[in-house]
Design a protein around this ligand. Structure first.
Ligand SMILES: N[C@@H](CCC(=O)N[C@@H](CS)C(=O)NCC(=O)O)C(=O)O
Length: 242
């Protein structure tokens, strides 16, 4: 049996899958895709991930993309320890939560790409940038690459995204029961949001992660970080001094 993960060390979607693999105690091999060098848009990589993003999991040679889908697949294929509730209604709630968090990725990108893709994209000439953008499969990401290269997000846009992400903390605060998001046990819902919370805590809104502001989330985050799988999944600092 072989599990190969094509991933980015700092990518939130990749961190989700690493967390899931480590919770399951699986042996996996990692291949780092350098996003700012556009390795995710190379013809070889697009063959296994037509969206041109990380992560992609290869299980016995069969590729799978979308971090939420990959985590569910891992949970079904390697059932121990279970990371989905037993009750179908609770399972549906977890899926909707993952979908909801997926929809917020654009807000994270506004902060993250300033430290990663924007650094290299800004150095491209207009002709090089055009070539780079032509290789990006989706219109939404073409726009993000263009913004990263030429028009950094304004303070107003960052504040808008920060407010959306703080709203996520409010939703979590209202949802948490028995310490976890759904079904009273650690699940794929907790895994899906953990990389977002890492970034909120690290840079985006650390003042909102206090016991005074969001007591349930603060306790939840301490419990996630205390899990051995979290340490192994390596959520290192996003902001790096190169
Ligand atoms: N919905 C996808 C999102 C994947 C995604 O956006 N990955 C980012 C890193 S977190 C990426 O590859 N960005 C590079 C790019 O868009 O060029 C998933 O969950 O797998």
């Amino acid at each position: 049996m072989s599990l190969i993960l094509y991933h980015g060390p700092r990518s939130s979607a990749s961190r989700r899958v690493r967390l899931c693999l480590e919770e399951k105690g699986l042996d996996w091999e990692g291949h780092v895709i350098d996003l700012s060098r556009q390795e995710q848009h190379s013809p070889d990589y697009l063959r296994i991930n037509p969206l041109g993003v990380v992560p992609t999991l290869l299980h016995d040679g069969r590729p799978l993309h979308e971090s939420g889908t990959i985590c569910e697949y891992l949970d079904e294929t390697f059932p121990e320890p279970p990371l989905m509730p037993r009750d179908p209604y609770d399972r549906a709630l977890v899926r909707n939560w993952v979908r909801h968090v997926d929809g917020l990725i654009g807000n994270l990108i506004r902060f993250n790409w300033r430290h990663s893709i924007a650094k290299r994209a800004a150095q491209l000439t207009d002709a090089e940038l055009q070539q780079a953008i032509a290789r990006v499969p989706s219109a939404e990401r073409k726009e993000a690459w263009l913004r990263a290269a030429r028009t950094p997000y304004t303070e107003e846009e960052l504040a808008e995204s920060r407010a959306v992400l703080v709203g996520l903390l409010d939703q979590m605060e209202a949802t948490l029961s028995d310490g976890w998001l759904f079904g009273g046990a650690y699940s794929l819902a907790d895994i899906a949001v953990a990389p977002f919370i890492r970034r909120i805590d690290e840079e985006i809104a650390p003042d909102e992660m206090t016991t005074a502001r969001h007591p349930g989330v603060a306790a939840w985050w301490a419990a996630v970080q205390a899990r051995p799988a979290y340490q192994r999944a390596d959520f290192g600092p996003f902001v790096m001094t190169e």
